[in-house]
Design a protein around this ligand. Structure first.
Ligand SMILES: [Cu+2]
Length: 152
């Protein structure tokens, strides 16, 4: 009888040992990426594309892998780079590296989050829900305010 109950308990112990310390909804602040100053630019008249900006601080080295929003059909993380003397933007396909403890700013003129196929025009005062997914840390949901960012 003793042997049986020991065996029955074993899978539970194994599961507990394997489960990650921070699941969804966890309040493990030590491992969470801190997101500050999230804002999205109002959509230009007749256009369904706009940029969002924020500052990310990861406690341990991580990567911003992707962003999703119910406000847009497609969301990408873009970088700005010079190509043939022209500023072009393109998707950061490998994600955005976040060095440990360092604030990484996505700002006008630099890296940004691109909303494409925006379903409803975004105007100043609206909010946009953004879900940020990281390589290691738990996903973070933020509410970005719609307003015109200060000039770059
Ligand atoms: Cu872009």
């Amino acid at each position: 009888m003793k042997t049986l109950s020991f065996l029955a308990a074993l899978p539970l112990i194994t599961l507990a040992a394997c489960s990650p310390p921070a699941g969804p909804g966890s309040t493990d602040a030590a491992s969470a990426v801190v997101v500050a100053d999230a804002l999205c630019r109002p959509t230009p008249p007749g256009r369904q594309v706009t940029g969002c900006y924020l500052t990310l601080t990861a406690p341990t080295a991580d990567t911003l892998v992707s962003v999703a929003s119910p406000a847009a059909a497609l969301v990408q993380v873009h970088e700005m780079r010079m190509e043939s003397n022209m500023m072009m933007m393109r998707e950061l396909e490998a994600g955005l590296p976040l060095p440990a403890g360092e604030a990484v700013s996505l700002a006008p003129g630099g890296n940004h989050i691109m909303l494409m196929g925006v379903t409803e025009p975004l105007k100043t005062g609206d909010t946009v829900a953004l879900t940020l997914t990281f390589a290691t840390a738990a996903p973070v949901e933020v509410s970005a305010t719609v307003r015109t960012p200060p000039a770059a």
